[in-house]
Write a protein that binds this ligand. Structure first.
Ligand SMILES: Nc1ncnc2c1ncn2[C@@H]1O[C@H](COP(=O)(O)OP(=O)(O)O)[C@@H](O)[C@H]1O
Ligand SMILES: [Mg+2]
Length: 414
C-alpha cells in the first residue's frame, strides 16, 4: 500500500473508532493508538494529554504500565518540548548532526517522532511513536502523516477534557456548597440564640410595665404606659414567631394538644390586642353560636393564640379606622373546625394568595398605622397550623376584604 493510501485507511479507521458510541475514552484512545502505530510501522507509541498548564498524562500506550503516569511540563523531555514549541519533533539518536539528537540521547536508542495535537492553536496533547522497524529515521511524509492523524483525534480529546473539567467543576461546587451550608447553619444557630436571649430583657420590661398599669392612676400617663405595653407585646410575639419558625421548620416543635372551646381562644387573643383595637377604634363583631357547644378545637393553646394574634394584627393593620372585623368559628361539612377572621381592608389578589404564606413575603408595603412588619407572621401561622395537620387559607376578591380561615381538628364531647 502506498503511503497516501495507508494514511487514508488509518484516518478512516480512526474516524470510525471516534464515532462508535458507548466506548469508554480510555479504550477509544488505545484503539486509535494501535491504528497509529500500525500506520507508522512502529513497535511502540503513546498518546499524552495536557492536564492544566503544568502536566502531561499518558492516556494510551503500547506499554500499559505507564498509562495514567503524569509528567511535569517543565521537565526536559521531547513531549514537553513539543508542547512548548507547538512543532513536530523528530529525533534520530544515531545521527550526530541532529539538532535534538544529543539532548534527548538518553531517551531511546531508536529514532522517535513526537507530534503535537493542536486545537485552536493550543497544544492539548502529543502522540509519540518509536521503534521504527527496518529504518532509522522518520521520513518527511511520515512526519506529515502523524500530524494529520494528530488532527483527527482532537475532538475525542476535547470532549474528554470538557467532561473532566465539568466533573472537576461539579466537585468544587459541591465542596463550596457544603461549606456554605455549614456556615448558614452556624449563622442560623447564632441568630436563634441571639433572638432567644432577647426574650429575657423584654420579659423584664413587660413585667415592669404591667406593674405600672396597676399603679398609675393618672389617665393620660396610663395611655402612654398602655401604648408601651402594646408595643412590647408585639415585639415579644415577633420574637416568638421567629424562634418558632426555626423550630417548626426543623421539626423540633410538636404542638401540645388541648381541647379548647373556640370562643375561649378567640376571646383571649382579642384581650391581648385590646390596646391596638381601641387605638384604631375597630369594631369587632364576634359571631357566636355557629359552633355546637360540645365541640372543642384540638390545638396547642400558645401556638394557635399567636396564630390568631397574627391574623388580627394584620386585619387591624389593613383596616381603615373605625372599620369592622368579623371573627367566629364553625364546623365544615367534613367535620373540621374553621376559625375565621374577616376584614374590610384592600383584599389580596388571587395570584398572591399562596405566596403571602411564604417567608418574608409582603404584598402591600407599610400603610398607615402599620408599625411593625417582617413578612414572617403568616409563615409562622402556616407552619403552626400545619403542625396540627390543619390548613390555613385566605379568601378574597382582591378588591375589598380578606377572610383568613384556620382549619383545625375538633373533639366532639357528649
Ligand atoms: N388582612 C390582610 N389584608 C391585606 N393584605 C394582607 C392581610 N394580611 C396579610 N396581608 C398581606 O400578606 C403579607 C404578609 O403578611 P405577614 O406574613 O403577616 O407579614 P407582615 O404583616 O409582617 O407584612 C403582608 O405584607 C400583606 O401584603
Ligand atoms: Mg403580619
Amino acid at each position: 500500500m502506498d503511503s497516501e493510501n495507508k494514511l487514508f485507511q488509518t484516518l478512516k479507521a480512526i474516524n470510525k473508532i471516534s464515532n462508535t458510541p458507548r466506548i469508554r475514552f480510555n479504550n477509544k484512545v488505545q484503539q486509535i493508538l494501535l491504528e497509529v502505530t500500525k500506520c507508522m510501522g512502529t513497535g511502540k507509541g503513546s498518546i499524552m494529554i495536557t492536564k492544566g498548564k503544568k502536566t502531561l498524562e499518558v492516556v494510551a500506550s503500547t506499554n500499559s504500565d505507564i498509562i495514567g503516569i503524569r509528567q511535569a511540563l517543565d521537565k526536559a523531555s521531547p513531549s514537553s518540548w513539543v508542547v512548548k514549541n507547538k512543532k513536530i519533533l523528530s529525533v534520530d539518536p544515531k545521527s550526530d548532526g541532529d539538532v535534538f539528537g544529543n539532548k534527548f540521547k538518553h531517551y531511546a536508542k531508536d529514532a522517535f517522532l513526537v507530534a503535537p495535537i493542536l486545537s485552536n492553536n493550543r497544544v492539548i496533547g502529543v502522540i509519540n511513536v518509536t521503534e521504527k522497524s527496518g529504518q532509522d529515521r522518520f521520513s518527511r511524509t511520515e512526519q506529515e502523516s502523524l500530524l494529520y492523524i494528530a488532527g483527527q483525534v482532537i475532538s475525542d480529546l476535547e470532549n474528554h477534557r470538557l467532561a473532566e473539567s465539568l466533573k472537576n467543576h461539579k466537585r468544587i461546587l459541591k465542596k463550596k456548597n457544603n461549606k456554605l451550608e455549614k456556615l448558614e447553619k452556624i449563622k442560623t444557630d447564632l441568630f436563634n440564640m441571639l433572638i432567644h436571649d432577647l426574650k429575657g430583657p423584654i420579659s423584664e420590661v413587660m413585667a415592669n410595665i404591667d406593674i405600672l398599669t396597676y399603679t398609675i392612676s393618672d389617665e393620660e400617663n396610663l395611655d402612654y404606659v398602655k401604648a408601651a405595653q402594646s408595643g412590647c407585646d408585639t415585639l415579644f410575639r415577633m420574637i416568638s414567631d421567629l424562634l418558632d419558625i426555626a423550630r417548626l421548620e426543623e421539626g423540633n416543635l410538636s404542638p401540645l394538644i388541648e381541647m379548647i372551646p373556640p370562643d375561649d381562644i378567640i376571646n383571649e387573643s382579642l384581650a391581648r390586642l385590646h390596646g391596638l383595637i381601641t387605638s384604631k377604634r375597630i369594631e369587632i363583631i364576634q359571631k357566636t353560636g355557629d359552633m355546637p357547644e360540645n365541640i372543642s378545637l384540638c390545638c396547642d393553646r400558645g401556638l394557635i393564640l399567636r396564630v390568631l394574634q397574627n391574623l388580627f394584627t394584620n386585619a387591624i393593620s389593613y383596616s381603615a379606622r373605625e372599620d369592622k372585623i368579623e371573627v367566629g368559628c364553625y364546623m365544615s361539612n367534613d367535620g373540621v373546625g374553621i376559625l375565621f377572621i374577616r376584614d374590610n381592608g384592600p383584599g389580596i389578589k388571587e395570584e398572591f394568595q399562596e405566596a403571602i404564606f411564604d417567608k418574608y413575603v409582603q404584598i402591600i408595603k407599610k400603610q398607615d398605622g402599620r408599625k411593625y412588619s417582617t413578612g414572617l407572621g403568616l409563615n409562622f401561622c402556616k407552619l403552626a397550623v400545619e403542625a396540627h395537620k390543619g390548613k390555613i387559607v385566605v379568601e378574597s376578591d382582591g378588591i375589598k376584604g380578606s377572610c383568613f380561615k384556620v382549619m383545625l381538628p375538633v373533639y366532639v364531647g357528649s
